[in-house]
Design a protein around this ligand. Structure first.
Ligand code: FAD
Length: 396
């Protein structure tokens, strides 16, 4: 008889196939096929290095098993199996100590803003992994427009992809993968890179089967340079859609607090357009703190200015304007603490944070200070909001 043990698994419904866990695992215990990313139970030693780097929390799944699920089992899954009934006596064998050890490691891995996310209760059900590595879909580039001023420090592009009659059912907040042509240094095809969809579910143009992305050129980056250089009419291989939790509530009364930097504005644009097209002035309200170095390098600066403040309260924050004091999103959140505090206390509020990983600590601290000012403990509040599907972080 095999002693029961706790097997580390990845939730294929929530995983966005960014492969960050695979690249992080020091033991190479994580691998992928065309469909799923999985953990090899024979190699995983519970080091937890993969937990904090996962943008979705899909990596944080555990099942007590007598016989571990094989890689083949896991590659075939569309969803995680339920916990099996392994019997009370056997379940007790040696598991408590392991449980405690795993709990300690997990608590440490969850210290940051990351952690297991849930979708808003009223969110629409997303389609996931319709196109995978073996079967990507081909899209045609309808447009590629520079969003930031020529000569500014960031080259950020607005890409419009036309799926030409092939279904690409995305929800706001989901991402798609783009496969750059060619091979990596080991001669393997490039892994897809993820890009958040910046258009609403009914298309960049309503009723058209197109999706927009917001892509920043990274120095020497394989895929971002490929995408930023695409021309109208080029074709591109796309996987996805991915992401089942960073979704907008369908409830029009929900209040939405968005905090973003750079291309983290992509899902926020999609959320705003969704509300604009569906509920308009009847929206429960949206507040945005959006940080960039300068107005020239803030994607969608012009179009954002035209969004009425009755729909979206905008706080555009700049850290490198000559002659002005540096200001980051967390600084402006403190200046606007009344509205943030009001939203924190409202059970209809949903928080979305998207952009550079480095923004998390400052934003967390600002939330912590503001929560304290209203007699609340931020960590408890945040964890309760996350549990209720009202707190969402996607940083990369
Ligand atoms: P890679 O080739 O993978 O290189 C990675 C990094 O290493 C880059 O920063 C690059 O500058 C650096 N590098 C590579 N080679 C060298 C070298 N020789 N010397 C020095 N530095 C080097 N990005 C967006 O722009 N928009 C989005 O909406 C978006 N959404 C995302 C959503 C999620 C959930 C995640 C996980 C990521 C998202 N990203 C987004 C990031 C995106 O997936 C890519 O990671 C990014 O475009 C860089 O990919 P790349 O292939 O260009 O860089």
């Amino acid at each position: 008889m095999t002693a029961p043990f706790k097997q580390h698994l990845i939730d294929p419904e929530i995983c966005i196939r960014c492969y960050t866990c695979e690249m992080t695992c020091p033991l190479e215990a994580i691998e992928h096929d065309d469909n799923n990313v999985v953990v090899n139970a024979e190699i995983c030693n519970y080091c937890m290095d993969c937990i904090p780097v996962c943008p979705t929390g899909s990596i944080d799944e555990w099942r007590v098993v007598k016989t571990p699920y094989s890689l083949e089992d896991q590659f075939g899954w569309d969803e995680l199996p339920d916990q099996q009934d392994i019997g009370p006596d056997e379940a007790a064998t040696g598991l408590e100590a392991l449980d405690d050890a795993v709990a300690v490691l997990l608590a440490d891995a969850h210290k940051g803003a990351g952690g297991k996310a849930r979708a808003p209760a009223s969110a629409a059900k997303p389609t996931i992994n319709l196109y995978n590595l073996a079967k990507p879909v081909q899209a045609r580039v309808q447009g590629n427009y520079r969003l930031t001023a020529e000569g500014s420090d960031a080259d950020v592009r607005h890409l419009i992809l036309d799926f030409q009659g092939k279904p690409m059912p995305v929800l706001e907040g989901q991402s798609v993968g783009i496969i750059a042509p060619g091979t990596d240094a080991d001669g393997n095809p490039h892994l897809p890179r993820l890009y958040s969809v910046s258009s609403p579910r009914d298309g960049e143009r309503p009723g058209f089967n197109n999706v927009s992305l917001t892509v920043k050129r990274e120095p020497h980056g394989v895929c971002s340079n490929y995408v930023c250089d695409l021309k109208k009419g080029d074709t591109v291989q796309v996987t996805g859609p991915f992401g089942a939790t960073f979704l907008i509530p369908n409830d029009p009364e929900a209040r939405i607090l968005m905090i973003c930097t750079g291309t983290g504005s992509a899902p926020m644009r999609a959320f705003t357009m969704r509300r604009q097209r569906t509920v308009g002035k009847k929206s429960g309200g949206m507040v945005m703190f959006f940080g960039a170095r300068t107005p020239d390098s803030l994607p969608y600066f012009g179009p954002l200015a035209k969004v009425p403040s009755s729909l979206l309260q905008k706080h555009l924050v700049f850290s490198r304007v000559p002659g002005q004091q540096k200001e980051y999103v967390q600084d402006r959140m403190r200046v606007e603490e009344d509205i943030v505090a009001d939203m924190l206390q409202d059970p209809l509020t949903h928080i979305y944070i998207c952009g550079l990983k480095e923004m998390e600590d400052g934003v967390e601290l600002a939330f912590s200070n503001i929560a304290e000012s209203i007699g609340q403990q931020w960590i408890a509040l945040r964890d309760a909001m996350r549990e209720e599907g009202r707190y969402h972080v996607e940083t990369y």
